[in-house]
Design a protein around this ligand. Structure first.
Ligand code: MN
Length: 712
């Protein structure tokens, strides 16, 4: 077991004048508290916190963190208390030890719901102070290294939890070595047969290629030196788990894997990285599509390097990573290697690796339910990423497959909610375009907009998905309650009764509903008759009191203009759709049809379909146009035109429509007899006047026999 002075010496290797008193006090306190306790292996229990502390000294962490590591199991496993630790070591250390104690009780491999809630608590504890995660990961690493002493079923459970939660978290904050070791150790327990098989193959291969790897390394080093670039070249074999994962994900056999070997070139400056790259590409053929520049665009966890693959001297593929010493440190130790870390822990909060972790946690705070969160987070921790830019040059990291909508939500929820379009690299593009590395994304916004529910299926991030779900749920509910309010106002007026929301509020118990909004939404959905609401407020009301029982159509003279529900268009605050196949345009007399759960469908009053539906006894609403002159929109209309069948006819018809500012959306034509042709054309128009003008212009042409408007 490591002695007290040995621990102090380890810290003194990287901190000039370490707080020896603190380290000694924590060492003695933890040793005394754990006393005669033994681990499953039979070792003294104190060897465990001591090893955890040692792992953290390898990561060059400060004395406080080392003390927390020594104390991390005392509250849970001994008679030590938070108060005692506060008194002896100060409140900050007490707080961290307590945080770790709580984490210890989390079981992350349980049925979904509980697991998600535990993960949420784990991440919240981490967001409090990143040192909790550093100690927790080291604790887990030591437990994994000594897992063999446990019962096999327990081993597998702990290994699964490590693989699914802790290894990705280590990767997320850039601690690649720690991640690799956690994965390799877990792999051995989760899938022992595969582990043995991969190890066997790798050893065989290493034996066979021993001289080759040395040759390539030397070759590279010499040639780079000749080119005036001082470099350290090392080779490494892929880890069994990463080999296995590649075989699984690409469906390859071991023999088909081409890049078991990688070489790392470490140089003195960023400039030398690019010079070395240029040299390597001149010397050997480069494999297309494999070059990645993580120096100018670092990974979310601060990782920097140039990656490339070339065809080596023996025609085999050689994977290369080129980086500086400092980048190498970040690649191995992640957050712990952050240069400002040693000046004080608060500085680490500025590292972007920690920032990315914070984002995961923010997203969790916004999630509606824990399962949803778990599903997305688990995926996102594993996915590859793309890096895009805001017009001001800020980098936004997103998972591969993300769209501009994801980007908008990653910048801010409000930007996502008001996104209506985007420019990619200066060009207007569909918002469903998959983002590529380096894209500059400019989000086009509109204040009145809420995101269409269908966007839920075009986004790749959990944050965007849950925000869209919430926003569209709210928008639809608001539309229905607005409609409900209109229906109630009208019904009360017809019944000649006073109505306001205070009266409705007072009648809620009789309707067995919680809020006024609940009632309005149900009426709007046609799930609660307006009459029920009248009865709840005026119990002696009888339906004979109603002026007219059914809704009044626009053809009737009874309803005054103000009584009618105003219809603005598709993007209104009401759940409105228009009849297909020749719908209504502003200027038409219109009628609304109320269908349960479907909102209002608008028909022109002359529609044949409407006559049929009226016959079936559908619920009709009197509605009127309420066009927003400032934000005019086009509406689809359909015409049928009978013209001469001769060359140039179609062009002439299209020309007339275009010259009159009509947009052709669809066109069907058929030849009736040799001389005549019939066309059905869907045109987007501003309103009835506009449509009438187009019809008039068309009928004046000599080729035209007849033009009719068609309504479905
Ligand atoms: Mn422990």
């Amino acid at each position: 077991m490591m002695r007290q002075y040995e621990l102090v010496e380890r810290v003194a290797n990287y901190i000039d004048t370490p707080n020896e008193a603190l380290l000694n006090q924590a060492y003695v306190y933890a040793m005394q508290k754990h006393g005669e306790q033994k681990r499953a292996s039979g070792d003294p229990y104190f060897s465990h916190p001591l090893e955890v502390a040692a792992i953290l000294t390898d990561l060059h962490l400060d004395e406080e963190t080392i003390a927390v590591a020594l104390l991390h199991d005392t509250i849970e496993d001994t008679d030590a208390t938070r108060r005692e630790i506060d008194e002896l070591f100060g409140e900050r250390i007490g707080h961290l030890v307590e945080g770790l104690t709580k984490l210890k009780r989390l079981d992350l491999v349980t049925p979904q719901a509980k697991q998600a809630e535990n993960l949420r608590r784990l991440l919240l504890a981490i967001s409090d102070d990143i040192r909790v995660l550093l100690v927790k990961l080291s604790d887990r690493l030591h437990n994994m290294r000594t897992l063999g002493a446990m019962r096999p079923d327990k081993c597998k459970r702990i290994a699964t939890e490590t693989m699914e939660i802790y290894a990705p978290l280590a990767g997320r904050i850039g601690m690649q070595d720690l991640r690799d070791e956690l994965e390799e150790l877990s792999f051995k327990y989760i899938n022992p047969e595969a582990y043995e098989a991969v190890i066997g193959h790798l050893e065989e291969l290493a034996e066979k290629n021993k001289s080759l790897t040395i040759e390539i390394s030397k070759n590279l080093e010499t040639k780079l030196a000749e080119a005036g670039i001082k470099a350290r070249v090392s080779s490494r074999q892929k880890k069994p788990y990463s080999v296995f994962r590649k075989m699984e994900s690409k469906g390859l056999t071991f023999e088909q894997l081409s890049d078991i070997y990688g070489f790392r070139i470490i140089v003195n400056s960023e400039e030398d990285c690019y010079r070395a790259l240029g040299f390597v590409h001149m010397e050997w053929a480069m494999v297309p599509g494999r070059f990645k520049d993580y120096i100018s665009v670092p990974k979310q966890n601060d990782y920097q390097s140039l990656h490339t693959t070339v065809v080596g001297p023996a025609r085999q593929r050689v994977e290369l990573q080129i980086r500086t010493e400092q980048m190498h440190g970040v690649a191995e130790y992640g957050i712990a290697a952050h240069p400002t870390y040693k000046d004080g822990v608060d500085n680490v909060l500025e590292s972007s690796a920690y920032e990315s972790l914070r984002k995961t946690i923010e997203q969790l705070a916004e999630g509606d339910n824990p399962e949803e969160f778990l599903e997305h987070t688990k995926l996102e921790l594993f996915l590859d990423q793309v890096f895009c830019f805001t017009p001001k040059g800020r980098i936004i990291a997103l998972p591969k497959g993300a769209t501009p909508v994801d980007f908008a939500y990653a910048v801010h929820t409000d930007i996502g909610n008001s996104c209506i379009g985007c420019k990619l690299n200066g060009k207007i593009m569909p918002v469903i375009t998959e983002l590529q590395n380096g894209d500059e994304v400019d989000i086009i916004r509109s204040a009145q907009q809420s995101p269409p529910a269908a966007w839920e299926s075009v986004v790749a991030t959990g944050k965007a998905r849950s925000s869209i779900r919430r926003a569209s749920r709210q928008a639809v509910r608001k539309q229905y309650s607005t409609l409900g309010a209109r229906i109630l106002e009208r019904s009360f007026e017809k019944a000649d009764k006073l109505y306001n929301s205070e009266l409705l509020q007072a009648a809620l118990p009789r309707l067995a509903r919680e809020t006024v909004d609940d009632v309005l939404a149900e009426v709007g959905r046609n799930e609660m008759p307006a009459e029920n609401v009248i009865l709840a407020i005026y119990p002696d009301f009888t339906s004979e009191d109603i002026k007219s029982e059914k809704g009044i159509t626009a053809e009737d003279e009874t309803g005054s203009e103000a009584d009618r529900i105003p219809i603005r268009g598709i993007n209104s605050d009401l759940p409105v759709t228009f009849s297909k196949d020749g719908g209504a345009v502003p200027g038409d007399n219109i009628v609304g049809l109320l269908l349960p759960g479907k909102g209002i469908t608008i028909y022109p009053s002359q529609s044949k379909e409407l006559a049929r539906l009226k016959g079936d006894g559908a619920e009709l609403l009197d509605v009127r146009w309420d066009i927003d002159e400032k934000n005019k929109e086009r509406f689809p209309a359909r015409i049928r035109i009978l013209v001469d069948n001769k060359p140039g006819t179609l062009a002439m018809v299209a020309d007339v429509i275009a010259q009159n500012d009509g947009n052709i959306q669809n066109l069907n034509m058929k030849v009736l007899v040799d001389e005549f042709m019939e066309m059905e054309i869907d045109i987007d128009v501003w309103g009835l006047t506009h449509l009438t003008q187009i019809i008039k212009q068309l009928s004046e042409k000599s080729i035209t026999t007849k033009v009719d408007r068609i309504t479905g």
